[in-house]
Design a protein around this ligand. Structure first.
Ligand code: NDP
Length: 479
C-alpha cells in the first residue's frame, strides 16, 4: 500500500470516529464516550497530517500549537461557566478566521507571494491565468464564509457580553447587505475567472468587505435570537473549514468541516423550533432587546408582588404531590445545581414527584441546563421537555423557578405584540402555585418585563439562588 493510501485510510478512520462520536453525543448517557471517540479521531487526523503530509516547518507548527494550546488552557481554566456562550462564539470566530487565512495564503501563493509560491503568478502581477474552477471556488468560499464567520462571531460575542444591547437597524438594511454580498460574489468570480493585474489587492479588498458583511448581518439580530445566531455561526465555521479542506485537498478537514456545518444547521433548526421562529425571521426580524439588566414597570412600583419565606415554601413543597423545577440562567450564575439536586432528592424521599422542566434555550448555550444538572448527577429520567411537562401543570402543586425568567414569561403566549410572542414557554403560571427564586424584579436576557411575577398564584422568594436553595433545603429538613 502506498503512503498516500495509508494517509487517506487514516483520514477515513478519523472521519468514522467523528461520526460515531457525534452519534454517541446525542444522548447524555453516552456523551462522554462520544467525546472521547471524537477526540481520538482528531488525534489520529493531526498525527496523520504531521507525519504523512508535506509539512513546511515543524518550528512554526510547534510555535502555533504552543500559542493556541496555552491560550486554550488559560481560557478553559479561567472562563466562568456563565461565559461559555461567549467562548463558543469566539471559538467559532477563530475557526472561520483560520479557514479564511488558509484560503488567503493559498491564493497569495498562487499569485506568487511567499514560500512555495507557484511560478504562474511570480511577482503577483500581470500574467496570471484563470484558476482551476475547483481551487478557485474553494478559495473564495473559504474566504467569504470564513471572514463573515470571524467578524460576525465577534459581534455575537459583544451581544452576549452585554456590550451591544439593542439590534442596530437602519433603512434599506437588508437590501444594502444583499448588494454587498452580490458585489463580493462578483469580485470572487472575477478573481477566479480572470484575475486582474492587481489581483492581490482586489483579494484583500474582498476579504475586508466580507469582514464588514459579517458585522452588518449580525448587528440587526435581536438579543433574544442569540441562541440561533451562535448555532448558525457554528455551522458557518464548519462550512469554511470544509472549503479550506478542498483548498488543501485534505479529506479529514473536508469531512469534519461538513459534519460541523451539518450539525450546526441541525442545531440552528432545533433552536428555531424552540423559539417557534423561522430562520428568515431570525435573520431579518430584529427580535427582542437582549443583554442588559433593563428594568420595566416591575421596578416602578406600579404593581405589587407577593413574597414567600423559606419556612412557608418548605411546608408548601413538603406536602405537595408534584413539584416541577424550572432552572434558568440564574442557576448557572449561582452554581446552585448541587443544592438543587439535594432539594430534589429530599422531596423525592418524602414521596413528592419531582420533575425538571428544561427549556431548550434556558441559560446561555444549547444544552446549558442539561450540562449543569448532569454535573450534579441529577438522574436523566427527571428531566423533561416543556411540551411534556406543560400538560401536567394544572396538576402540579408547586412550580419552582430557579433563576429563569424569559423561558417562563407568559407574555410570549398571551400578548401578540410581545417581543417574544410565539416563543414556547414552560407554563408555570398554570400550576397551582408558582414560586420564583431571583434577586430582584429585573428582566432576563430578552430585556422584557415578566407578568408572571404579579400573578395571584405566584410568590417571589427573593435572593441569590446560591443562598436561597440551601436555606430552603435546611427548612425542609426541619419539616
Ligand atoms: P433569563 O436570562 O431570562 O433570566 C435569568 C434570570 O436569572 C435573571 O432575570 C436574573 O434575575 C436571574 N439571576 C441571575 N443571577 C442569579 C442568581 N445568582 N440567583 C438567582 N437568580 C439569578 O434566563 P432564562 O434561562 O429564563 O432564559 C434564557 C435567555 O437567554 C433567553 O432569552 C434565551 O433566548 C437567551 N439565550 C439563550 C442561549 C442558549 O443557547 N440557551 C444563548 C443566548 C441567549 P435577577 O437579576 O433579578 O436575579
Amino acid at each position: 500500500m502506498t503512503g498516500s493510501a495509508i494517509v487517506q485510510l487514516a483520514y477515513l478512520a478519523s472521519a468514522v470516529l467523528f461520526i460515531f462520536g457525534l452519534r454517541e453525543l446525542s444522548h447524555p448517557d453516552t456523551a462522554r464516550r462520544g467525546n472521547a471517540l471524537a477526540s481520538l479521531g482528531m488525534l489520529l487526523a493531526i498525527v496523520t497530517t504531521l507525519v504523512g503530509q508535506e509539512i513546511l516547518s515543524f518550528t512554526w507548527i510547534i510555535v502555533g500549537g504552543l500559542a493556541g494550546g496555552l491560550t486554550g488552557l488559560y481560557l478553559a481554566r479561567t472562563v466562568e461557566m456563565t461565559e461559555m456562550p461567549q467562548m463558543v462564539a469566539v471559538f467559532n470566530g477563530f475557526g472561520g478566521g483560520a479557514s479564511a487565512l488558509v484560503a488567503g495564503a493559498e491564493y497569495l501563493k498562487i499569485l506568487g507571494f511567499g514560500v512555495g509560491a507557484s511560478a504562474a503568478g511570480a511577482g503577483g502581477a500581470g500574467a496570471l491565468s484563470a484558476l482551476p474552477v475547483d481551487t478557485g471556488v474553494s478559495i473564495m468560499a473559504g474566504t467569504l464564509i470564513g471572514a463573515v464567520t470571524f467578524s460576525g462571531s465577534w459581534v455575537a460575542f459583544a451581544k452576549l457580553q452585554g456590550h451591544l444591547d439593542q439590534p442596530v437597524t437602519y433603512p434599506l438594511q437588508q437590501t444594502s447587505n444583499l448588494a454587498i454580498l452580490l458585489a463580493a460574489v462578483a469580485a470572487s468570480v472575477l478573481l477566479v475567472a480572470a484575475p486582474p493585474a492587481d489581483a492581490a489587492l482586489v483579494y484583500l479588498g474582498l476579504a475586508a468587505v466580507a469582514l464588514l458583511l459579517g458585522v452588518l448581518v449580525v448587528i440587526p439580530i435581536g438579543g433574544a435570537d442569540m441562541p440561533v445566531v451562535v448555532a448558525l455561526l457554528n455551522s458557518y465555521s464548519g462550512l469554511a473549514a470544509s472549503a479550506a479542506g478542498f483548498v488543501l485537498t485534505n479529506m479529514a478537514l473536508i469531512i469534519s468541516g461538513a459534519l460541523v456545518g451539518a450539525s450546526g444547521l441541525i442545531l440552528t433548526a432545533i433552536m428555531c423550533r424552540a423559539m417557534n421562529r423561522s430562520l428568515a425571521n431570525v435573520l431579518f426580524g430584529a427580535f427582542g432587546g437582549g443583554g442588559g439588566p433593563a428594568t420595566g414597570a416591575a421596578e416602578t412600583g406600579e404593581r405589587s408582588v407577593a413574597e414567600i419565606d423559606a419556612e412557608n415554601l418548605a411546608m408548601m413543597m413538603a406536602y405537595a404531590r408534584q413539584v416541577v423545577i424550572v432552572p434558568g440562567y440564574g442557576l448557572a450564575v449561582a452554581q446552585a445545581q448541587h443544592a438543587v439536586k439535594e432539594l430534589a432528592m429530599n422531596l423525592t424521599e418524602r414521596g413528592v414527584t419531582v420533575k425538571f422542566a428544561i427549556h431548550p434555550v434556558a441559560g446561555r448555550m444549547p444544552g446549558h441546563m442539561n450540562v449543569l444538572l448532569a454535573e450534579a448527577d441529577v438522574p436523566y429520567d427527571m428531566l423533561f421537555e416543556p411540551e411534556d411537562v406543560n400538560p401536567e401543570m394544572p396538576n402540579t402543586d408547586v412550580a419552582l423557578v430557579v433563576g429563569a425568567n424569559d423561558v417562563v414569561n407568559p407574555s410570549a403566549r398571551d400578548e401578540a405584540d410581545s417581543p417574544i410572542a410565539g416563543m414556547p414557554i414552560v407554563e408555570v403560571d398554570r400550576a397551582e402555585h408558582s414560586v420564583v427564586i431571583k434577586r430582584s424584579l429585573s428582566t432576563g436576557f430578552a430585556g422584557i418585563d415578566n407578568p408572571l411575577f404579579y400573578k395571584d398564584n405566584n410568590r417571589m422568594f427573593f435572593g441569590d439562588a446560591a443562598k436561597k436553595i440551601p436555606e430552603l433545603v435546611q427548612e425542609l429538613k426541619e419539616v
